[in-house]
Structures are given as C-alpha cells and as structure tokens.
Ligand binder design. Structure first.
Ligand code: GSH
Length: 107
C-alpha cells in the first residue's frame, strides 16, 4: 500500500523522516503541506494529526507522527539503518550526556 509522507521542504523534522525513508529504499511519496499557508491548522489536517504538526506518515489506515518514531518505523520495516548495539549505546549515552549538560568531568 502506498506510503505518503505529509511534509514540506522547509521542515527539518520532515527532512529527517524523508531522508530516512529514501535512504532505506522505501517506495514513498510526499504530500505537500502548505504549512505557512496554515494547512496544518485545518480541520482536515487535524483529523490526520491532532497535534497539527508535520511530518506524518500515512499508509492506508495506519498513520504515524513524530520524525524520530518514523525513523524507527523505517528501521523496523527494513532492518536498514539500525546500526549496531554498540553504536546505538554510544549514541544514546552521548545524547543523554549532552542533553542533561553534565559537568565536563562526567561527560
Ligand atoms: N517532535 C516532532 C516535531 C514536529 C514539528 O514541530 N514540526 C513542525 C514543522 S518543522 C510543526 O509542524 N510545528 C507545528 C506548529 O508550529 O504549529 C517531530 O519530530 O516530528
């Protein structure tokens, strides 16, 4: 079933999801959201995504918002870009340390 990503070019979050779909070799197509024209605030779009955000991935009755969740979905579907446990652990640790702004001694 066709995979659509509701997105717009200026959105880094949409780009993140689109790039992952593309690099994983998934057959998908974009649906342009006229974000700056207020399309994401329309009732129709809110029916699709109650948070009124882009991107959102739609495949038939299935829909998924949040660029990170879309990336994980791509990994789950394809096994591509999963990385190794070791790399992922390092990434998570790095993210955690930079996010909580550890004192330099701990980081
Ligand atoms: N956590 C979300 C954030 C998505 C997001 O904030 N998208 C922006 C466009 S880049 C948006 O739609 N914002 C809604 C608004 O500002 O009203 C994700 O990663 O997908």
């Amino acid at each position: 079933m066709a995979i659509k990503l509701h997105c717009f070019g200026e959105s880094g979050n949409a780009y993140k999801a689109a790039l992952t779909l593309e690099l994983a070799g998934i057959n998908w197509s974009p649906v342009y959201v006229d974000f700056f024209g207020g399309a994401a605030r329309s009732d129709g779009y809110r029916d699709l995504n109650i948070m009124a955000e882009a991107p959102i991935l739609v495949q038939g009755d299935f829909s998924l918002s949040q660029s990170g969740a879309i990336q994980q979905w791509v990994v789950d579907q394809t096994g591509n870009w999963a990385g190794s446990l070791r790399t992922n652990t390092k990434c998570c640790a790095g993210y955690f340390l930079t996010t909580i702004k550890c004192p330099p001694k701990l980081a």
